[in-house]
Design a protein around this ligand. Structure first.
Ligand SMILES: [Zn+2]
Ligand SMILES: [Zn+2]
Length: 271
């Protein structure tokens, strides 16, 4: 049995003898099948190639983890160190011994938490390598392509992983779309890690919200207003998205301002 990995979205599937016929994550309007057709690889095959993970300090207690050369969607995962409890936020497909050693040297891991299905990648390999649970909102349960007893499906609107780190379901891009609030981040001003649920745009003073990013399908105004409302009570001054883009300061206000602009654009008031 082989755990095949889709080369377009980087998601690993449960063990099969033959390659799956298609990728469920890519065959859906929030992703896409490569114009060159569906293709598969495995983690073992990737290890024979030139891939490596680059771990960089972003601020005190926060590290980015990114694969080079870029693979599939090309997202960045983050390691948060919080008073002896370390969390990997979102996940990347490539994992090797060098990465495991480097993360263990940074204090190891206690949990993995995911924003949404596009970053499920090889989350089960990561959970097994570090012997930790994976936190996924139950509303996205149907998108888990490699089931595991390590996955904890949380429910409701918020889940505190440890003092200072809380997951919040904002929805939008995916029904169970979650963000991670790290109140000790940015020297106590607070950090929000958002995956694609709140997207940092080219102008780093603004964010946006989409149902589909590759296919440019927007969200309805009511959903964007709901997301903005839910973030009002959260403590953060900085946002990290999944692509190494950061709103360095004033992020709390930027979310409100950006949601208002979005709703104005949808209604025609902006033009
Ligand atoms: Zn795929
Ligand atoms: Zn996404």
């Amino acid at each position: 049995m082989t755990n095949f990995i889709c080369e377009t979205c980087g998601v690993q599937y449960e063990g099969t003898v033959h390659q799956p016929d298609s990728c469920r994550i890519c065959n859906e309007e929030r992703q896409y099948v490569s114009p060159d057709g569906q293709s598969w690889t495995t983690l073992e095959e990737m290890k024979q190639k030139e891939y490596q993970n680059i771990i960089q300090v972003e601020e005190e207690g926060l590290y980015s983890i990114k694969t080079s050369p870029e693979f599939a969607i090309g997202q960045t995962a983050y390691l948060v160190q919080n008073a002896g409890f370390n969390v990997v936020w979102d996940c990347i497909t490539y994992l090797d011994e060098v990465t495991v050693k480097a993360i263990k040297a940074l204090g190891g891991l206690h949990a993995i938490a995911l924003s949404h299905p596009h970053y499920y990648s090889t989350q089960v390999e990561w959970a097994e390598a570090f012997d930790v649970p994976i936190y996924i909102h139950e509303d996205d349960k149907e998108w888990v392509m490699r089931p595991s007893g390590r996955i904890i499906f949380w429910s409701g609107e918020s889940l505190e992983l440890t003092t200072g780190i809380t997951l919040h379901r904002l929805g939008g891009h995916f029904k169970g779309g979650a963000v991670m609030e790290w109140t000790n981040g940015k020297k106590g001003k607070g950090v929000l890690l958002t995956g694609d649920v709140i997207q940092v745009v080219a102008d780093r003073n603004w964010v946006s919200f989409m149902y589909s990013y590759p296919n440019l399908i927007p969200l309805p105004a009511t959903k964007v207003e709901e997301i903005a409302d839910k973030t009002l009570k959260l403590k953060f001054d900085r946002i990290y998205n999944a692509f190494h883009r950061v709103v360095m300061e004033g992020a709390h206000e930027a979310v409100q301002r950006s949601a208002q602009r979005y709703v104005d654009a949808l209604s025609g008031r902006l033009f």
